[in-house]
Design a binder for this molecule. Structure first.
Ligand code: ATP
Ligand code: MG
Length: 226
């Protein structure tokens, strides 16, 4: 069955969201030609260490980051749902809402794709969605053997090929390489070094007033809008 419309879901912990995410999101939306593009913050993650800021704070920061960019939506379903979030359940839910003729694109960075085989019922992700894997600095281009053998016959070269079906295929996507990570931002804050220009200014105000990740050093704190 060919697909007629498409939904892009860019999942992550966004702890906090930064320009690496936002630039990649913007380019993915544009290159994939998506009208429906959503950032999807994980509620309670199952497959990685605990998050640092609460789900509500991570969601609030995402909303602030895209407040003036209404073409990028924030999907809060995992934050609303209690308990551990599994992407496979989320995709099943989006599939029920979207019907059978809409393509669903699960968008993630190369490093996240590397860990995919550790995700709950990971092979079923392809029953509900295509996978779009974006380049990320310092992340190897090749996949682990188990993932590679599963996706070999699913690889396609262009978005045009993904319209062949609503789910089940894989596309690699090059995006501008920004070597920014939430971990590095959290470390900078904890060490009282400035994280400015790695994420939107208005997030600095939010982080400062809620004392997330540590305390901003006083010079920066006095400069920012809150
Ligand atoms: P952390 O250091 O806490 O893991 P992170 O910067 O990796 O944070 P995540 O919330 O883990 O951010 O990432 C969400 C998604 O965004 C993942 O699929 C990840 O691969 C992708 N991503 C994160 N940063 C970048 C970047 N700089 N360029 C491209 N993709 C990115
Ligand atoms: Mg990460």
């Amino acid at each position: 069955m060919t697909a007629h419309t498409a939904i892009g879901l860019f999942g992550g912990t966004f702890d906090p969201v930064h320009f690496g995410h936002l630039r990649a999101a913007s380019e993915a939306k544009e290159k994939l030609g998506l009208n429906d593009f959503r950032l999807l913050p994980v509620g309670e993650p199952a497959h990685r260490d605990l998050t640092h800021a609460s789900a509500e704070h991570r969601l609030a920061m995402l909303r602030l980051a895209v407040a003036e960019h209404p073409d990028i939506a924030v999907d809060n379903r995992e934050v609303r749902r209690s308990g551990v979030s599994y992407m496979v359940d989320t995709l099943a839910e989006v599939r029920r809402e979207a019907g059978t003729e809409t393509a669903i694109l699960l968008i993630l960075g190369q490093d996240a794709a590397h860990g995919l085989c550790g995700w709950h019922r990971w092979q079923e992700l392809f029953d509900y969605a295509h996978l779009v894997v974006m380049t990320r600095p310092d992340s190897p281009a090749s996949f682990p053997a188990q993932l590679e053998s599963f996706v070999t016959t699913r690889r396609r070269n262009a978005m045009a090929d993904l319209w062949q079906s609503p789910a089940g295929l894989l596309l690699n996507l090059e995006v501008t390489q920004l070597a920014i990570s939430s971990t590095a931002i959290r470390m900078r804050i904890a060490q009282k070094r400035s994280p400015r220009f790695l994420l939107p200014d208005r997030l600095l105000g939010y982080i400062d007033s809620h004392q997330l990740y540590g305390q901003l050093h006083s010079q920066l704190s006095s400069q920012i809008d809150k």
